[in-house]
Design a protein around this ligand. Structure first.
Ligand code: GLU
Length: 303
């Protein structure tokens, strides 16, 4: 039995925070870390950290270490070893092969522009072309018109018809890198993840992930999507939009602010307490139903 399976047997709950190390944590990614941590700990669960370092050109050196230092400085302690996706390429390759053997994949050389012209739902035009699934082509998964519905623990019901709303989707990119959708599903299964709490920007990826889980006979975790923080132009806080790194010297303030964004109403005087003390209070009092059922929250709401 693997370590993770032993963990699962003990608690029934394994959560995770899975940052892409494209830069240090900003307030938006911190919220996902805090929410997934609190939900795991309040359920006596395990909380794992997985570094989604699948895209080296977008990952400044040292970013992964910096994220881990920031988590530690905030008192967000994870269980076990950090799993680095860069060490998992063989597992992704094996899964891809499994899908290829079932004749569920094909090569595609359509450009971004062509896909935009299709209305961003891939129309399957490369399905019949039998392009070899070699490096210069993207690999797409053949999808069927099945409805996939989730009951998001925060946002409630959410559904998509994969073929109609998404179309055949990329599982290995044209540059040879494995796509997020494939890697995340392989690793959530590998780590026996039972609960996924993350930003709302990923809710529309969830049916694709469930679709893959069903094809591969994997277990299906529960999902919850927290609102994402947006700037005054409605853009997600991200490195791309120059979101500032959090400064862990203000750990107590940051945790207080995160708890308020997550609808947790921490007592006002708790702001004076250390981050760890606040987190202990928040574990005791965590109420996932108090998290706003919204897609976005403007950054300046609580200032
Ligand atoms: N690595 C993804 C990100 O940083 C998150 C993946 C996930 O939580 O499923 O946006």
């Amino acid at each position: 039995m693997s370590n993770q399976q032993t963990l699962l047997k003990k608690t029934g709950y394994i959560g995770r925070f899975a940052p892409s190390p494209t830069g240090p944590l900003h307030f938006g990614s911190l919220l996902a870390a805090v929410a997934s941590y609190l939900d795991a700990r309040s359920n006596n669960g395990f909380w794992l950290v997985r570094m989604e370092d699948l895209d080296p050109p977008r990952e400044p050196s040292g970013a992964a270490d910096l994220i881990l230092q920031q988590l530690s400085a905030l008192g967000l302690e994870w269980d076990g070893e950090v799993l680095y996706q860069s060490t998992r390429l063989e597992a992704y390759q094996q899964t891809l092969q499994q899908l290829q053997v079932k004749n569920l994949c094909y090569g595609c050389d359509c450009t971004r522009r062509q896909i935009k012209e299709m209305g961003n739902v891939y129309n399957g035009s490369c399905r019949q072309r039998s392009l070899p699934a070699e490096k210069e082509f993207a690999v797409r998964l053949k999808t069927e018109a099945v409805g996939i519905a989730i009951n998001d623990l925060i946002q409630g019901p959410y559904a998509q018809n994969i073929a109609q709303d998404i179309g055949d989707f990329v599982i290995r990119r044209k540059d040879g890198l494995f796509a997020y959708q494939l890697a995340v599903v392989v690793d959530d299964e590998f780590q026996n993840i039972t609960h996924i709490i993350r930003g709302f920007d990923l809710i529309d990826s969830t049916p694709r992930q469930i679709y893959l889980q069903r094809l591969l006979n994997f277990s299906e975790p529960d999902y919850a999507h927290i609102p994402i923080i947006v700037n005054d132009q409605g853009q997600k806080l991200s490195k791309q939009h120059f979101a500032p790194s959090i400064n862990t010297e203000n750990a107590a303030q940051l945790i207080h602010r995160a708890l308020k964004f997550l609808g947790q109403s921490p007592p006002k005087d708790m702001q004076q307490q250390k981050a760890q003390t606040q987190l202990r209070w928040a574990i005791e009092n965590w109420d996932i139903q108090a998290v706003p059922k919204l897609a976005t929250i403007p950054d300046d709401t609580l200032i």
